[in-house]
Design a protein around this ligand. Structure first.
Ligand code: ZN
Length: 585
């Protein structure tokens, strides 16, 4: 895997799982656990549990389970290494790498990211202090960007020179080209990619700088926007501008606002809508939607109204179906984009976002509000056009609902709006299993296992595998007693055993006295042996020997049940059971 095993343990130990999970869902304390609504399935009553000390989570609804690394992987679409790196970064741990090839790749990426970070800082400094950046600063002021905005979004200025950046940072050609910061010109000389542009640094979801977007000043030549080329760091079909800053607000609000430009994101943030991201010079892709779905179930398109209305219905419904996401449209005033509206009327922008409507409702609204409906002929034409829009929606219930709403508005019968309808096409949402699947730790052996997980120091010396008769519980006990940590036990176990261990880890710890539980477990094990001995005695030629053992064991069981005699009995019965089982083997 690449990262030294010691370091993975250090990262786990340094990570507060409640804090990591708390960034995604609200948790509240319940006894020794933390509980909240599961981020992995839709539910109304909390079945998601976290054990902070042991560092595990488990969902009693959908059986999602794991530790901080698993959680980060599943919620942020990272691989194992990426998740460990992210947590190590949070904990301030520097990772060591134990595999040369992986290490080389990792170092290469780290070097590119580090170069991008230096370039972002250099361009930013130039914007703040460069004499040649005065017109850029003036332009940003006219847009209403003060120093705080410039710093928060780390805006920069690329001077109008051939190779100022590449020379200032002494960039080797391969690094300059690999990051897209520079390119080799026709005379084979290294040249800066960005010249005379205001720069918007683009960060990946982890916050690593991966690309730049550059805007010309008004009146200057060249295309208005120019973005970094695709690189080992940057894939514009997946990266969303602003997601690194917005992700917490996205999770908290349950929605992400998608717009088209860097300045839209900045404008929305300034207007009090921090859950906004932008595509970088491309339309929203299926991969973008997959990334966003990990953070929120609702996507609000904040494109200018014409473009939003024209978004291909087939693609939007495809996203809704494949990613189980709801696509809404913010009702921006005609020919207004979020950046412009943020500057002119931030309250109207907030209203447009909070009043977002489902994609189909938005399209029907536009159609009907733009059509005169005075005559029966015009209403008939509108009904036909509305029927076409409604027919595109894959869900019959949704189609029927809109048809009856529009029918009322047009004064026609709903069936006129349901032309060409097909059968149900939309995949039904998966319903989560209810809390009935929850199995509590109620048997003595499960209580003992729970103690072995939560208070190993109190029971470890009192337990033995002879005390467990259920094969799953026996396997769990063996895994626990042969591993140094619970993490190791889980990692070395079969799936069903690992699941049992994790469930015990996050389940409420019964307020049980360890000695009493052990005594009861011994009692039950002794009674099983007594039954065996009694059956055995009937067919034996030396009944006396068995009768003696049966008598002694019965007495010890009585002793186990009496507080005053329990202590010595515990040790004697355990020794007897261990000897008895090993003789039987
Ligand atoms: Zn769940």
């Amino acid at each position: 895997m690449g990262i030294a095993a010691d370091d993975i343990d250090r990262v786990r130990a340094a990570t507060d799982l409640v804090e990591v999970v708390g960034g995604h869902v609200a948790l509240r304390r319940s006894g020794t656990r933390w509980v909240g609504l599961c981020p992995f399935h839709t539910e109304r009553t909390p079945s998601f549990s976290v054990n902070a000390e042991l560092g595990f989570y488990y969902c009693f609804g959908c059986q999602a389970k794991g530790d901080a690394i698993t959680f980060v992987r599943e919620t942020q679409q990272l691989d194992f290494v990426g998740a460990v790196e992210l947590l190590a970064g949070r904990a301030g741990i520097e990772l060591r790498w134990d595999n040369t090839r992986q290490s080389t790749e990792h170092r290469r990426r780290a070097r590119l990211v580090e170069t991008m970070a230096r370039a972002v800082a250099w361009y930013h400094e130039r914007l703040l202090t460069g004499a040649d950046a005065a017109s850029a600063r003036g332009y940003l002021r006219t847009r209403g960007y003060d120093g705080e905005v410039v710093r928060r979004f780390q805006l920069g200025w690329a001077p109008d020179g051939w190779d100022e950046l590449c020379r200032a940072l002494s960039l080797p050609t391969d690094v300059a080209v690999a990051t897209g910061l520079g390119f080799l010109n026709a005379r084979n000389r290294l040249q800066d990619s960005f010249r005379a542009r205001v720069l918007f640094p683009i960060f990946d979801v982890r916050g690593d700088p991966v690309a730049l977007g550059g805007r010309v000043l008004p009146g200057a030549d060249g295309p208005k926007y120019k973005n970094s080329v695709a690189s080992a760091l940057y894939d514009k079909g997946e990266v969303l501008y602003g997601l690194n800053w917005a992700k917490k607000a996205v999770v908290d609000s349950g929605e992400v606002v998608v717009c088209e430009g860097y300045t839209d994101v900045i404008g929305l943030a300034g207007a009090g809508v921090p859950q906004a991201v932008a595509t970088c010079g491309t339309s929203l892709t299926d991969r973008h939607v997959a990334v966003l779905r990990r953070f929120a179930p609702r996507i609000v398109l904040a494109f200018d109204a014409d473009k939003a209305g024209q978004a291909a219905a087939e693609r939007v419904y495809g996203w809704e179906r494949r990613h189980e996401v709801d696509v809404f449209v913010a009702a921006l005033p005609a020919s207004a984009d979020p950046a412009e509206l943020a500057a002119r009327d931030p309250e109207a922008l907030r209203r447009a976002v909070s009043g977002a409507v489902p994609f189909l409702a938005f399209r029907l609204d536009r159609l009907l509000s733009g059509t005169p409906l005075a005559s029966v002929e015009s209403r008939a034409r509108a009904a036909r056009a509305a029927a076409d829009l409604i027919a595109e929606h894959p869900n019959q219930i949704v189609r029927e609902d809109y048809a009856s709403q529009v029918a009322v508005r047009l004064g026609v019968r709903p069936e006129h709006l349901l032309a060409g309808q097909g059968g149900e096409q939309r995949r039904p949402r998966t319903t989560a299993p209810g809390p009935s699947r929850r199995r509590r730790t109620e048997t003595t052996s499960l209580l003992a296992l729970s103690l072995a997980v939560h208070q190993p120091e109190a029971v470890a010396h009192l337990l033995d595998e002879v005390l467990f008769s259920d094969p799953l519980e026996l396997a769990a006990y063996r895994a626990l007693s042969s591993a140094a940590t619970l993490h190791d036990a889980v990692a070395s176990s079969e799936a069903d055993v690992a699941e049992l261990l994790l469930r015990l880890a996050v389940d409420e710890v019964a307020d049980a006295d360890a000695d009493a539980v052990v005594a009861r477990l011994l009692d039950e094990a002794a009674c099983r042996v007594l039954r065996e001995l009694e059956i055995d005695a009937q067919g034996r030629d030396r009944p006396f020997e068995n009768a003696q053992r049966i008598g002694w064991l019965k007495l010890q069981v009585e002793n186990l049940r009496d507080d005053t005699t329990r202590g010595p009995a515990v040790e004697q019965v355990l020794q007897f059971l261990v000897d008895y089982r090993s003789a039987a083997r």
